[in-house]
Structures are given as structure tokens and as C-alpha cells.
Design a protein around this ligand. Structure first.
Ligand code: GLA
Length: 510
């Protein structure tokens, strides 16, 4: 090869490279997300259902300088978004939701949007194909209000086990069966824990008639219910009023009656009904009629099914929960296996106290006892507080492999009796420095009194008989965790309580 040939060759190579570069540049310009900053149509893939159907969200964005406008669409809802871009970073709000925090925050990285939804869920959105879109789900008007009669269930707070806190998406038929066995062999069933509740992620797809089927993890829900019933237990299930559950599986929107019938036919005894994606379809003012719809549907099946509302305490649910046929309702966000979350949830119960009673319970969420991130003292406090506020007792740990301490906490008969007291009163707290005293009136005229040490060091707790509003003098007092009778002297009882620990007494009156 001559020098001239080499030079011509390299000029040609440069020209080809330049043309290719221009081609790539032009192609990128034509692609959404390039050249126009963040503008374009973006598709984020969601959960793949049993039939291979993949769910998605579409984000349509227009950019004018650093101002962004557009739409987010996913099954069942489509909302306008507005926000700002700072270079490749963006933040988008949904003006109609009036949230303080952005709904979507993210960055443009190598032609993809790396997005965090609601501060929680990570999504990757890629340029959408021209024909890629979301199927329309028609808006269904909520019904007009009426009173759903009381179903006669849950005269005391429901007790049992729920799959979510420990297993989340890993729950399946086999695990539920082994939990049923463990509820019996551990003595929990006989202590009152009779509901075995499957939470989210059991849902399959709907058949041609619209009937919901369980997914591959639950091959035969009716057979599973038969097994659970054969152990003297009851089976609970989970759905929600929106198009999708919190974990992105099909929920009951537009299929309420049909799903209630399916649940009844399977032999379901308890339904947890989670608001989740319904928040994208309905404003909070429609919570009551939307929950009423499933309340009616459950009652028209003729099967006794406990109805558990899960809407995190929105719109003062404690005031109207019974009117929609509800037996219990969450009053808080999700519990975590940590002291601050547990204490935070129970303290949010305070305004709901007057509304609790037989058949109608406030629910500060399920138990974390035995899941490993609190101390034994903290777990005893957790159990004591749930009993004092007459909360449902739904264990959330692995009851097949419980330590003796966890067993002693969940199975303490005196504490369970405080929770299950037929009067159904919810304790309220009085705070004195680091000590918080909760008093719960009991059906026998006595009280349960718990003193929680919120402080960082052991401290003395004093219980004054005059603060207990007893009908007479103290007849008998039992420290239920120490399992021994104690004496009030000079009208008071005092004991040392460890940091984050509890002194819990059952006191009867003369
Ligand atoms: C919500 C509920 C939880 C659980 C999950 C399941 O977060 O509050 O208790 O049911 O959904 O996805």
C-alpha cells in the first residue's frame, strides 16, 4: 500500500466515520429522550402475570426549557404530571393529588429513565414503541351510601397469622399448609389464633368469564381451604378495590360481586381489602362507597366472611367502617420490625379509641414479634400494647421455628385475655416523662394497666390505684409477664421497668 493510498484510505475512513456518526446522531435525535432532553413517550415494564401478560406504565413528557408537562398512564388510571428538569435529572408531581413530595423522581441515563416512584419503587423506562399503550379501563361510579348490616363476626379482635410481614411475595400453598400445621402444634390455634391469612401475591389472571384464578403458587385454593379447615382453622385472603393490588397483581375493580362469590366458593372466611391502586381511580372522598360495594358483595354471598379494610386510616375510617360492613380497619401505614415504627403505629391509635368495640376494631397493623429486629423487652411491649388497644393479633413471624421466648410472648394467656376481653374497650395513654401508662377497662369491672418505659435506661414505674378508675379498692393484682400476684401498698405499686420494656398488670376491684 502506497503512502497516497494510505492517506486516501484514512480520509475515506474519516468520512465514513463522520457519516456514521451523523447517522447515529440523527437516529438518536429521532428517538424519544435524546436531543429533546426528557421529552418523549417512555414505557416502564411492571409485573408479568401467569399468562405472560406484562403490565406497564407509560410516561408521556413534553419539555419546554426546564419545565416538564405530561401524563402517566397505567392500568386503571391516567394522570397529568408537571415538574422540572435540571440537566438529566427530573422531578414530577401530580397536581391533582396535592402531594408535598414528587410522585416520580429520576435521571436520564444512557437513553433510559431511571425512576423512583413515590420514594419507594424503582423503575426503568425505555423509549416506548409507537403502538405501545395502556388498555382503557372504564371509570365505574361508586354506589350511593347505605348502611350494610353488621355480619355478627369478630365480637373480639380477630387472631391468627398473616403471610405478609415475613414472606411478602414468597408465600405459596405449601408454606400455608406448614403454617396451618404449626398453628396447631405450637398451641396457637388453641390459644385463639384461628385465622390463617394469605396476603398479597396469590392472584393469577381472570378466565374468559372474568373469574379470578389463583396463580401458579396456589394450584388449588379450594383444596387449600379444605386443608386449613380440616385443622380447625379459618382461611383469609387479600384483594383490593382498585385494578391492581399493592404488589401489582389483579384486584377486584369492576369484579367485586364475582370475586366475593369466588372467595365464598373457595371457602374463604376473611378478606383483607387494600386500597392501593384504587387511590389512582377514586378520590379519598369515595372511600366509603367503594368499601361499601365489597361489604355488600360479601354479605350477599351468605358466607360469614370477616371484612378487614386496609386504607391506612384515611378519612377517619373508624367513624364509618362499621357502616360499610367492616369488622376491622387499618388506622396506620405499614408496620416495620423496629421500635419506632411499632410505637408510632400504636400512638396513632389514640384518636380512634372511642370507636372500638365488639365487631368493630381499629387495626395498627400486624405483629412483628419474633421477626428479629426488636429486643425481647420491645416485643413484650408490642404484644402488651396491641392487647391494651384491643387490636387484632395477627402474628407475622415464622411460627414453625419460634424460639421459646417468642412463643412465651405470643402465647401468654393473660395478655391474650386482655386483648380478647368481651367489653372491647381500647386503652388510651397518659404520659409522664418517659413513662406512658395505658389503662383498659375490662368486662369484670377491673382494668389492665400497662406502663411503657420509652426512655433509654431502666426506670421505676409507679401505678396509683386512684388513676385506674376502679369501682372499689384493689382486690387482686397480677403482673402478667412475671406471672405473679403483686400487692398495692399505700394505694400504689412500683416496679423497675427496663428501657423499652413494660409493666403490665391485671387488676380487679373489690
Ligand atoms: C400494603 C398493605 C400491607 C400488605 C401489602 C401487600 O402495603 O398495607 O399490609 O398487604 O400492601 O402488597
Amino acid at each position: 500500500m502506497t503512502q497516497e493510498m494510505r492517506t486516501r484510505g484514512s480520509k475515506l475512513a474519516t468520512a465514513i466515520a463522520g457519516t456514521a456518526g451523523l447517522f447515529v446522531f440523527l437516529t438518536l435525535l429521532a428517538m424519544p429522550g435524546y436531543g429533546q432532553g426528557l421529552a418523549g413517550r417512555w414505557a416502564a415494564q411492571g409485573r408479568t402475570l401467569d399468562n405472560g401478560e406484562q403490565q406497564k406504565s407509560i410516561l408521556e413528557l413534553k419539555q419546554d426549557g426546564n419545565q416538564l408537562t405530561g401524563k402517566v398512564k397505567t392500568l386503571g388510571f391516567s394522570v397529568e404530571v408537571k415538574g422540572t428538569a435540571t440537566g438529566n435529572h427530573f422531578e414530577l408531581f401530580v397536581p391533582e393529588w396535592e402531594q408535598q413530595k414528587p410522585f416520580l423522581v429520576g435521571d436520564l441515563v444512557d437513553g433510559e429513565l431511571h425512576v423512583v416512584e413515590n420514594g419507594r419503587r424503582n423503575l426503568i423506562a425505555k423509549p416506548a414503541a409507537a403502538d405501545e399503550d395502556i388498555p382503557e379501563v372504564p371509570y365505574i361510579e361508586p354506589p350511593s351510601l347505605h348502611n350494610v348490616p353488621y355480619n355478627g363476626l369478630a365480637k373480639t379482635p380477630p387472631m391468627g397469622w398473616n403471610s405478609w410481614n415475613l414472606f411478602a411475595g414468597r408465600i405459596d400453598d405449601q408454606t400455608v399448609r406448614t403454617m396451618a400445621d404449626a398453628l396447631v402444634s405450637s398451641g396457637m390455634r388453641d390459644a385463639g389464633y384461628i385465622y390463617l391469612n394469605i396476603d398479597d401475591t396469590w392472584e393469577g389472571v381472570r378466565d374468559a368469564q372474568g373469574n379470578i384464578q389463583s396463580n401458579h403458587k396456589f394450584p388449588d385454593m379450594k383444596a387449600l381451604a379444605d386443608y386449613v379447615h380440616s385443622k380447625g382453622l379459618k382461611l383469609g385472603i387479600y384483594s383490593g378495590p382498585g385494578p391492581r393490588t399493592c404488589a401489582g397483581y389483579p384486584a377486584s375493580y369492576g369484579h367485586e360481586e364475582q370475586d366475593a362469590k369466588t372467595f365464598a366458593a373457595w371457602g374463604i372466611d376473611y378478606l383483607k381489602y387494600d386500597w392501593c391502586s384504587a387511590s389512582r381511580v377514586y378520590k379519598n372522598e369515595y372511600l366509603q362507597p367503594v368499601y361499601q360495594k365489597m361489604g355488600d358483595a360479601l354479605q350477599s354471598t351468605g358466607r360469614p366472611i370477616v371484612y378487614s379494610l386496609c386504607e391506612y386510616g384515611l378519612n377517619s375510617v373508624e367513624k364509618w367502617g362499621p357502616e360499610v360492613g367492616g369488622n376491622l380497619w387499618r388506622t396506620t401505614g405499614d408496620i416495620r420490625d423496629e421500635w419506632s415504627s411499632m410505637i408510632g403505629n400504636v400512638e396513632k391509635q389514640v384518636p380512634t379509641a372511642p370507636y372500638a368495640g365488639p365487631g368493630r376494631w381499629n387495626d395498627p397493623d400486624m405483629l412483628e414479634i419474633g421477626n428479629g429486629h426488636m429486643t425481647d423487652d420491645e416485643y413484650r411491649t408490642h404484644m402488651s400494647l396491641w392487647a391494651l388497644v384491643a387490636s387484632p393479633l395477627l402474628a407475622g413471624n415464622d411460627i414453625r421455628t419460634m424460639s421459646p421466648v417468642t412463643k412465651s410472648i405470643l402465647l401468654n394467656k393473660d395478655v391474650i385475655a386482655i386483648d380478647q376481653d368481651p367489653l372491647g374497650k381500647q386503652a388510651s395513654p397518659v404520659k409522664n416523662g418517659d413513662m406512658e401508662t395505658w389503662v383498659k377497662p375490662l368486662a369484670d369491672g377491673g382494668v389492665a394497666v400497662g406502663v411503657i418505659n420509652l426512655g433509654p435506661a431502666a426506670a421505676q414505674a409507679t401505678i396509683n390505684a386512684s388513676d385506674l378508675h376502679l369501682s372499689g379498692k384493689v382486690k387482686k393484682a397480677k403482673d402478667v409477664w412475671a406471672d405473679k400476684d403483686v400487692k398495692f401498698t399505700g394505694g400504689a405499686y412500683a416496679a423497675t421497668v427496663p428501657s423499652h420494656g413494660v409493666l403490665l398488670l391485671r387488676v380487679s376491684a373489690k
